[in-house]
Ligand binder design. Structure first.
Ligand SMILES: Cc1cc2nc3c(=O)[nH]c(=O)nc-3n(C[C@H](O)[C@H](O)[C@H](O)COP(=O)(O)OP(=O)(O)OC[C@H]3O[C@@H](n4cnc5c(N)ncnc54)[C@H](O)[C@@H]3O)c2cc1C
Length: 383
């Protein structure tokens, strides 16, 4: 399909694909095994200006948008979704500053994030607060010119590796969801430490850690927007980042499909290539069609966001929901096409199936995406 990219977007796609094929693919299995953070790849992405593409020009970026981020994330995920999410999660941690930061905050934090000198993370989830984010217990108490943070965040992508964190904490528990606020917290702040590193099923190149705040004193200048805006910051951030998760899913689906087509052509049974069997051909046809449909939806939503449309919660949720379900199905079918070999770690395809699962879970599970879509539909009908 021709998605009518601009010359710049074609260049970004070509560059990301080259890095994915030449630098990421060869080390994907190694990182999957070691679960080390892929700093060498992050440096290559930084040198290639790929952290700059979603940051405005005034703050050291190239002024691209969500579609550019989706193109890059998709290409990287085609080679390794774990490495891709280290990159994409930095965008997730950066978006709140782009969307809600004041001039001073933008000038202070964005240039280093755009250059890739530093990477970012976003911390909302807690042990008792996942889908129900309003149940967060981390508190930020105002004391003079500081906020004192106490609490634990868990399952945080880039935890410990990132230098800049957007953290959601309660400034006024009595106000429920309206009592949450967003803060920029720097690694190295006294009282900010890291806990358990998770052992995961997939995206194992990505580090997922606990963040622990114990009387962590941060300057009041690090409050993003106003007190009480924490969940607005979160929701508006997710509207921008969910197409990125969806793009990750499209990349996983495409990577698994590529492997399945190649293997189907090579594998001989009953004296011929299994690709000559209609049962296999129909699977491949469905996998390709579903992947393309997901890609079209992701690019459309990314274009809506880049065009300045701020009412995209439903569409962003649809892209994430649809593309992640496609990634799960296509990668599972790819394993099926490999037969018993697909189940073995000697072959690369099982990793795609393991990596696909997380796209149905994080940044809101797919049940929560369905809630968002349905609520919006009902709201629109009531108008
Ligand atoms: C690898 C990984 C990386 C992550 N990275 C980050 C990160 O960087 N930052 C961050 O803040 N968080 C991160 N998360 C957290 C992630 O967003 C949550 O795990 C997710 O939102 C689900 O929350 P939970 O795990 O507590 O599940 P729960 O909320 O306990 O859900 C359990 C089940 O109940 C279902 N459920 C819950 N509520 C409803 C409902 N109302 N209707 C229907 N079904 C429902 C869910 O869909 C799910 O199937 C990460 C998680 C993982 C696994």
């Amino acid at each position: 399909m021709d998605y009518l990219f601009t010359d710049e977007q074609k260049m970004i796609q070509e560059l990301a694909r080259k890095i994915a094929e030449e630098k990421v693919q060869p080390v994907a299995a190694e990182y999957d095994q070691s679960q080390e953070f892929p700093w060498e790849i992050m440096q290559i992405l930084a040198q290639s200006d790929l952290f700059a593409i979603f940051v405005p020009q005034e703050y050291g970026g190239t002024g691209g948008g969500v579609l550019d981020l989706c193109i890059t994330t998709e290409e990287l995920s085609r080679a390794c979704a774990g490495i891709a999410v280290c990159y994409a999660a930095s965008a997730l941690g950066t978006f709140p500053i782009i969307l809600f930061g004041n001039e001073e905050q933008k000038k202070k934090y964005l240039p280093d994030l755009a250059s890739g000198k530093k990477i970012a993370a976003f911390a909302l989830t807690e042990p008792e607060a996942g889908s129900d984010a309003s149940a967060i217990k981390t508190t930020a108490k105002k004391e003079g010119k500081y906020y004192i943070l106490n609490g634990t965040k868990h399952f945080i992508t880039n935890g410990g590796e990132a230098a800049t964190y957007t953290v959601i904490a309660m400034t006024d528990k009595t106000k429920g969801a309206r009592g949450a606020s967003a803060f920029i917290v720097e690694k190295g702040t006294p009282g900010f430490t890291f806990g358990k590193k998770e052992e995961k099923l997939g995206i194992r190149a990505s580090v997922t850690k606990e963040l622990i705040f114990t009387d962590c004193k941060i300057p009041q200048e690090n409050l993003l927007s106003r007190e009480g805006m924490g969940f607005i910051v979160t929701m508006k951030t997710f509207d921008l980042s969910r197409p990125g998760v969806a793009a990750q899913a499209v990349g996983i689906a495409q990577g698994a499909l590529d492997l399945a087509v190649k293997y189907a052509k090579e594998r001989q049974q009953f004296g011929k290539s299994i690709s000559t069997f209609q049962g296999i051909q129909f699977m491949l046809a469905d996998m390709a069609t579903e992947t393309e449909a997901a890609r079209s939806l992701v690019y459309s939503v990314a274009r809506m966001v880049d065009a300045g449309n701020t009412n995209v919660a439903k569409e962003s949720a649809m892209a994430k929901l649809f593309a992640s379900d496609v990634a799960m199905k296509v990668s599972t079918d790819a394993v099926q096409i490999f037969g018993g070999y697909g189940y073995m770690k000697d072959y690369p395809v099982e990793k795609y199936m393991r990596d696909a699962k997380i796209t149905q879970i994080y940044e809101g599970t797919n049940q929560i995406q369905r809630n968002i879509i349905a609520l919006q539909l009902i709201k629109e009908m009531a108008r």
